[in-house]
Design a protein around this ligand. Structure first.
Ligand SMILES: Cc1cc2nc3c(=O)[nH]c(=O)nc-3n(C[C@H](O)[C@H](O)[C@H](O)COP(=O)(O)OP(=O)(O)OC[C@H]3O[C@@H](n4cnc5c(N)ncnc54)[C@H](O)[C@@H]3O)c2cc1C
Length: 312
């Protein structure tokens, strides 16, 4: 995880139109293009092919149709229809039935009631088909509303639905107690967004320490939690804690992102743990891609080499 100044720099770059144009031109052009390290492709068929490859290695997956911050109800409706088609395609393909989505993709910035309706449309198609649907957590202005919408759906009886909590935010330990009281399934992450000091830890050590505390709570008292991190120290700590408390390895799962630490993913499966890979795909991959670059400076060189190689 980078310090907050570097995250801010990447946040700024993510707003650059020139960079977006360059990346869009070269990032996905051929099977070896640089963005394909983190993104499975632009179509559902490519995502399903990636899911098959992940399953062949003994892992599970969740599919994310990339998109966020849509600005009109028409775009939100189109994203919802993309999700409905994706559910059908997953059912037809026979791969695992697990998807992740963002509420701003379903129109949260435009009209909350419409976003809730769109979420319900997806759930009404997905749940009867045995899907699990994870609502990704976006940046802190959306924390309250995301948890509120999750709780509304939960109260309305949707149970194949989960949330995400970020250890970077001061509030998250309280939110965790709220989610545990409900019996909700939580994915624990460090947090991918640049957040202000008023709401979030700025030092990696503090984010990590809160992660470990929340991981302990979840492994001991959570409902099949997802420990989503590539941090080997935290993964070792989770394994040691579960052993110490005699909690079986099938009571929780590890989750990692597509293209990151495959070696660690394989090692965990080899040791008998459940591991799920988050597979993003779709045409709107730029913001997701920039967050991945912001997490690790070495990724930038990888992209620069990709662009210079591709544009020759
Ligand atoms: C399955 C999954 C779902 C997620 N969902 C959300 C969400 O809904 N909301 C949200 O805010 N965040 C989400 N995240 C992102 C998360 O918040 C972190 O930004 C991201 O996981 C990096 O943090 P880390 O825990 O791996 O630890 P870090 O301390 O950042 O990294 C630990 C090690 O992992 C490796 N690593 C980490 N990131 C990269 C990278 N980009 N490229 C190459 N190597 C890397 C490096 O070896 C690094 O040393 C999700 C992450 C995962 C794995």
């Amino acid at each position: 995880m980078l310090d907050s100044a570097s995250k801010a720099f990447f946040h700024l770059l993510a707003g650059s139109r020139t960079l977006k144009t360059l990346a869009s031109r070269y990032g996905m052009r051929s099977p070896n293009s640089f963005a394909r390290r983190f993104i499975a492709g632009e179509t559902v068929a490519e995502a399903i092919a990636a899911a098959r490859a992940v399953e062949a290695r003994g892992l599970a997956e969740t599919l994310d149709f990339l998109g966020e911050s849509v600005a009109t109800l028409a775009e939100a409706d189109a994203a919802t229809r993309d999700y409905l088609a994706m559910v059908d395609a997953i059912v037809a393909s026979g791969v695992g039935r697990n998807i992740s989505l963002k509420l701003t993709q379903l129109g949260l910035d435009v009209d909350k009631a419409s976003a809730v309706d769109n979420l319900r449309r997806v759930l009404d198609r997905a749940e009867p088909n045995g899907f699990f649907v994870r609502i990704d957590m976006e940046n802190s202005p959306y924390s309250d509303v995301t948890l509120e919408i999750f709780e509304t759906m939960w109260q309305q009886g949707y149970r194949q639905l989960g949330v995400v909590l970020q250890s970077a935010l001061y509030r998250s330990e309280q939110d965790l107690e709220r989610m545990i009281a409900l019996g909700a399934r939580v994915r624990l992450v460090k947090g991918a967004y640049k957040e202000p000091r008023a709401v979030a830890h700025q030092k990696k050590a503090d984010v990590d320490a809160q992660y470990v505390r929340m991981m302990h709570t979840l492994i001991e008292r959570g409902n099949y939690p997802a420990i989503a991190t590539h941090d080997p120290k935290i993964i070792d700590a989770a394994r040691a804690f579960a052993d110490e408390k005699r909690i079986a390895s099938d009571r929780f799962e590890f989750q990692m992102l597509y293209g990151i630490r495959r070696d660690l993913q394989n090692a965990l499966v080899h040791d008998g743990y459940h591991v799920r890979v988050y597979i993003p795909f779709g045409r709107e991959w730029f913001p997701y891609f920039m967050r991945r670059l912001g997490e690790r400076p070495a990724n930038v060189m990888f992209v620069v080499r990709g662009i210079t190689g591709e544009s020759r």
